[in-house]
Design a protein around this ligand. Structure first.
Ligand code: PEP
Ligand code: CO
Length: 444
């Protein structure tokens, strides 16, 4: 009621950069508000309808991508490699479990990062914490960390370019199921996960050949030829989000046209804060991170504020607290949501409750801890009888060494060989596939 895209400005706004020149920021936001949308209301409504199916237990959400996308990774090749691993995971999950998978990238706009501490240590120097390429460079020099509003424009342009590449890949033949073999990158194909994937791909090809032999014209089956792929990011920089929020002339509803889905992070989910206020008025599907400190009352209130009409597919609760805490806290949170009659999708972020610093000083996560949190998530939901509706993971298509473990184990002493992330440690493509097999088994 009475909501406008900019009324959050009257509230306290957590996690915003200290812009040196607010007038310049305002000029940039004004310019952005004249730019074309990155996504469209009809697409957003379609994603909400798909997520509504998952809310009812009829589909599974795979939300995946970088912790922080980089302005340096703008090539078509880079986007294609990130897409490949997500498509591979989706194939493994669908083929092994028979459940339909909704593919949402942490892609085409995931440029802003919340930080727990305003400064970070680099070789004994105190630097302003890195807040994402939409704010400043990740280079470890104090001057390079000065927030620059012009980067909002660059983030928009790079999101647009990423969406264009994604669209042509997902509709132009690359994502055709007959290409399922080609999504296996070389360094993956040589591993046991890659060989297992190849076996599934061969089975799929045989099934397609069989259908064709039966006289089914597969060229006409759009579902086999194209993939629906959706974009998402954390709605953190509210000026950027508000500038891209427009009223749909047909429905008279507001949509944040920077991505199909946006989420509210653990550090910005205050009931009375600006981020919740902003998200409450847009019609997109919203994700809400649910960390270890979330109380049952808070969660109940947030569900009411973020989804007052109780629309299925509108709200996804993304738990992130580590396996041990999850086992204790998740039952009461689910029971509260059930008691309130809130129609939500439950998803598990097994990354952000499992980060620690290695002996060499690199932020990392153990594959086994990630798996354990997903297992606990499934167990609690199975016990209560609710649907463990999805996973939310940080990964890359590259052969990085950022997370420990996996079947081709990455050891602590090897972390620095390919430690390329500009923010949190990501699963590499082999570890991601490995995870998909194990989640598929839980789903089946
Ligand atoms: C994230 O998803 O990158 C993130 C910062 O998560 P959270 O808000 O849950 O810490
Ligand atoms: Co992260």
């Amino acid at each position: 009621m009475g909501w406008t895209p900019w009324d959050w400005k009257e509230l306290s706004v957590a996690q915003q950069p200290e812009w040196p020149d607010l007038n310049q920021l305002e000029l940039v936001e004004k310019e952005l508000s004249t730019y074309a949308p990155l996504v469209y209301p009809t697409e957003i409504d379609q994603l909400r309808d798909s997520l509504a199916l998952a809310t009812k237990g009829q589909a599974f959400l795979l939300q995946a991508g970088d912790c922080a996308e980089s302005f340096n990774d703008h090539s078509a090749q880079n986007v294609r490699d990130r897409l490949k691993v997500i498509l591979q995971m989706a194939v493994v999950l669908m083929y092994s479990s028979g459940v339909s998978v909704i593919k949402v990238g942490r892609m085409a706009g995931q440029y802003a990062k919340p930080r727990s501490s305003p400064t970070e240590d680099y070789l004994g120097i105190d630097l302003p914490s890195f807040r994402g390429h939409i704010v400043h460079s990740d280079e470890p020099y104090v001057q390079k960390r000065t927030p620059d509003p012009k980067r909002l424009i660059r983030a928009y342009q790079q999101s647009l370019s990423t969406i264009n590449i994604l669209k042509s890949l997902t509709t132009g033949g690359f994502a055709d199921l007959s290409q399922v073999h080609t999504w296996n990158q070389e360094f993956v194909a040589s591993s046991s996960e890659g060989e297992r994937y190849d076996a599934i791909a061969t089975e799929i090809t045989r099934a397609l050949n069989f259908m064709e032999a039966c006289g089914i014209n597969l060229d006409k089956e759009i579902a086999l030829r194209q993939v629906r792929f959706w974009t998402s990011h954390e709605a953190l920089l509210l000026g950027y989000e508000a500038a891209l929020t427009r009223m749909d002339p047909k429905s008279k509803k507001y949509y944040d046209l920077s991505a199909h889905m946006v989420w509210i992070g653990e550090r910005t989910r205050d009931l009375g804060g600006a981020h919740v206020r902003f998200a409450s008025g847009i019609s997109n599907p919203i994700g809400l991170k649910v960390g270890p400190k979330m109380t049952t009352e808070e969660l109940d209130d947030l569900c009411k504020v973020l989804n007052p009409d109780n629309i299925p597919g509108r709200l996804t609760l993304i738990t992130r607290m580590g396996a041990q805490t999850l086992k204790v806290r998740l039952p009461e949170l689910i029971e509260q949501v059930q008691h309130g009659g809130h129609k939500v999708l439950w998803a598990c972020d097994p990354m952000h409750g499992n980060t620690f610093t290695s002996s060499q000083g690199l932020k990392t996560r153990r594959f086994d801890d990630i798996l354990a949190e997903i297992k606990a998530f499934f167990e609690v939901h199975r016990e209560i009888g609710t649907w463990p509706g999805g996973i939310h993971v940080e990964l890359t298509g590259d052969d990085v060494t950022e997370c420990l473990g996996g079947s081709l184990e990455v050891f602590e002493s090897e972390l620095d060989t390919q430690y390329n992330t500009i923010c949190d440690p990501r699963l590499n493509a082999r570890q991601s596939l490995d995870l998909a097999y194990q989640v598929a088994e839980m789903l089946f």
